[in-house]
Design a protein around this ligand. Sequence first.
Ligand SMILES: C[S@@+](CC[C@H](N)C(=O)[O-])C[C@H]1O[C@@H](n2cnc3c(N)ncnc32)[C@H](O)[C@@H]1O
Length: 309
Amino acid sequence: MINSFHEPVLVEAVLRFLITEPGGVYVDGTLGGGGHAESVLNRLSNKGELIGFDEDAEAIESAKNRLLRFQPRVHFCQNNFSNIKSGVQQIGFEKVSGVIFDLGVSSHQIDDSKRGFSYQLDGPLDMRMNTKQKISAFDVVNSYSRERLIKIFREYGEERFSGRIVNKMIEARNRKRIETTKELASIIELCISGRFLHKSLARIFQSIRIEVNNELENLKKGLIDAIDILQPGGRIVVLSYHSLEDRIVKDIFRAASQKTVSSGNKLLPDKIQTPSLNLIFKKPIESDEEENMLNPRARSAKLRAAERL
Ligand SMILES: C[S@@+](CC[C@H](N)C(=O)[O-])C[C@H]1O[C@@H](n2cnc3c(N)ncnc32)[C@H](O)[C@@H]1O
């Protein structure tokens, strides 16, 4: 059955790679509607506990309702997963048996026009996962310099018409501030024709969202600290949805699993290091056609998993 808040992706694979100890403590760094968390809790024994992070207050509320029957074995942290270490410590744990991250935004966030994530719905230019945060999409679109916007669209959206789009945005915002998702979408529509339009809209909205929520930096810190709090034999499982996220996961996992590290000087040999991770498989796992038909969001998912040494 499709859940109205968010349909979890690759659930069976997540459970298979994540759970090593039914009585252990697990962290869901991206609780959302609590879909993955519920499946994890269903597989744990009555000693197993779960700590769920989400910086979105609505996600935490929804997950609290869904996971009510597992109390008191569930702990909620309305916090950014870049603070995973201190959050887990505050709840009273030093080490955990597994961490799952299911990156990006939930269907609930995208489908709510007020949150301003979708170019298909009309809403305020917002895109904050944490609605208490100061900076929103409105600030990025209306106050960032031409150069900074082009850099964001190129780096986070890999959008080749960035210059043209930013010029039109600047013309428009000099007349009046750009306030809504539809206003921004119609400016992009002026620059790109026909079959390229849909992809450009998706790329520009994605890059603004990444900037607003500082997604790539938070991911780097979250991953490094998650690896640090895993007990030996504990697992980390990450679901990513675009190439920038997947590259970060791949690079951090690879760096932690290598026996040598560059000395930083071409004349000196690599330094020996003790690896902290073992990659469970090299090529990421993707969903099959059947899941993609039922849940289109699964189409771009890539699952990587590793074990703490
Ligand atoms: C794809 S959804 C997770 C869905 C969830 N696995 C489920 O089954 O319902 C991602 C969630 O992570 C949250 N999120 C994204 N980045 C975050 C971060 N850096 N810190 C905390 N929460 C984050 C979003 O607010 C969103 O609710």
